[in-house]
Design a protein around this ligand. Structure first.
Ligand code: PLP
Length: 463
């Protein structure tokens, strides 16, 4: 029986028609929905969503790696937003401030790794990345150096605005927009699955650091403003760092005077079982970008966290960060983020992830028995399954086969089976799972059950 408030009425068809006519979807092939119905999500509770036809889904992707507290806190967060709207619907943080931005900055600083005293708010993740790169450039200028380049990693995603896209290491989404902001280069990511059998973790770390140092030297260290890395790289499938990697990156940045930015747009606010992935992996960055989980995506707000050392020259006489965004730290968005953090603390969401991450992994592990599942990797509530043609040799699918498997089969089948997860082919084909951080064993079981059924079907289809 339908549970949707408008299911069974002309509403569903009308909404879909209107969407087809007017709503331009992000990263979506619009013609897909000539053949199959566009999912129109109308409500959510806990880790589940309901579409306009009344069909329920388990959201194994937490929106887009974002809805930490799940979908059931709209009323409480709505109260906070309404109170703020009554008090002060808008003011900027340009040459002025308002209480919610001040309180949120203080709260974020209290959760951040040691040495981070300042927060610059943005409207989302890409703006935080843009802000980080600009701040890094201006920081060096204030110190009398002209450094402008950035180094990112292969296959990493950092957003779609021109600066963030330039840092993104995904050819397929870069090419149509070239020329991009010049002089970003990409170094090896921490994909261990495709490394030779028998290579130790230490050898792998050494290889990655050699590659990075080689790139720094060939670019000219005195030209490089910033290296930007996610604690666990999402695109390509939850690449975790090998032992010693981040200590080595930090040492390279120190040796060559380069700022280190941890892009925590996904990993920040609990996804890895710590408020920040930088704390979990002891990254000691100079800058941290964050967004999504800061408000559990109940608001469009992001933040750039700046270490005291990097902030210092901006606080001298006659200096300012020459950068601003109308909506950065918007009072309603800030009120929502504050309430989200309050709820996360009340529910001990971050502690829950730390306590349950082993159970989550253990629940997913049997999926490795399915013939096309080659690897399971990740940390916290942030995992990926890499799909292969041959488990023994790790032989992958050709690009055409992967596209067919992901786009023509898996994406639809997961959706039909009531699981939202991501069948991603931007690197090797992976299934990304990243549930709300309030997920418990029942959710892990439900998710793994559907993953198992659909991936087994896919394996049979491949055979
Ligand atoms: N950085 C990372 C690591 C991301 O995953 C994303 C988005 O998924 C971004 C930056 C860009 O964030 P937004 O989509 O809010 O601009």
């Amino acid at each position: 029986m339908s549970t949707s408030p408008i299911a069974g009425h002309a509403g569903a068809a009308e909404l879909r028609r209107s969407a087809q006519d007017h709503l331009w979807l992000h990263f979506s092939q619009m013609s897909d929905f000539d053949e199959r119905p566009l999912p129109v999500i109308v409500s959510g509770d806990g880790c589940h969503l309901t579409d306009v036809d009344g069909k329920r889904y388990l959201d194994g992707l937490a929106g887009l790696f974002a809805v930490q507290i799940g979908y059931g806190h709209g009323a409480e967060i709505g109260e906070a937003a309404a109170a703020q709207l009554r008090e002060l619907p808008f003011y900027t943080n340009w040459n002025a401030a308002h209480p919610r931005a001040i309180e949120l900055a203080e709260e974020v600083v209290s959760l951040a790794p040691d040495g981070f005293g300042r927060v610059f708010f943005t409207s989302g993740g890409a703006e935080a990345v843009e802000s980080a790169w600009k701040l890094a450039r201006q920081y060096h200028a204030l110190n009398g150096e002209r450094r402008w380049k950035a180094i990112g990693r292969d296959v990493a995603y950092h957003g779609t605005s021109m600066g963030a896209l330039s840092i993104t290491g995904l050819e397929s989404i870069r090419t149509p927009f070239e020329p991009l902001v010049p002089q970003v280069s990409h170094v090896r990511n921490t994909d261990r699955f495709h490394r030779p059998e028998g290579e130790t973790e230490e050898q792998f770390t050494a290889l990655l650091l050699e590659d990075m140092e080689h790139r720094i030297r060939s670019e000219g260290p005195e030209t490089i403003a910033m290296i930007i890395l996610e604690p666990v790289q999402n695109s390509g499938g939850a690449f975790t760092p090998p032992a010693g990697y981040f200590a080595g990156v930090r040492a390279l940045c120190d040796a060559y005077g380069i700022l280190l930015c941890a892009d925590e747009v996904i990993t920040g606010f609990g996804r890895l079982g710590d408020w920040f992935g930088s704390a979990r992996y002891d990254i000691r960055p100079d800058l941290i970008t964050s967004a999504k989980g800061l408000s559990s995506a109940y608001a469009s707000i992001g933040a750039l966290l700046v270490s005291d050392r990097v902030a210092e020259p901006f606080y001298g006489h006659d200096e300012m960060f020459k950068h601003g965004i109308t909506f950065g730290g918007h009072p309603v968005q800030a009120a929502i983020a504050l309430k989200n953090i309050e709820i996360m603390k009340r529910l001990d969401v971050v502690g829950h992830v730390a306590r349950e991450e082993d159970a989550f992994r253990r629940t997913l592990e049997p999926l490795l028995d399915i013939p096309i599942v080659g690897d399971l990797r990740g940390a916290g509530f942030f995992y990926a399954l890499e799909l292969v043609k041959d488990q023994d040799t790790k032989q992958g699918f050709t690009a055409a086969e992967a596209k067919d498997l992901l786009q023509n089969f898996l994406s639809d089948r997961f959706f039909d089976a009531g699981l939202i997860c991501r069948a991603d082919g931007r690197g090797e084909p992976v299934i990304q799972v990243s549930p709300p951080l309030v997920a418990d064993q029942a959710i892990f079981d439900e998710m793994t059950g559907i993953l198992g059924d659909v991936l087994s079907e896919a394996a049979a289809r491949v055979r």
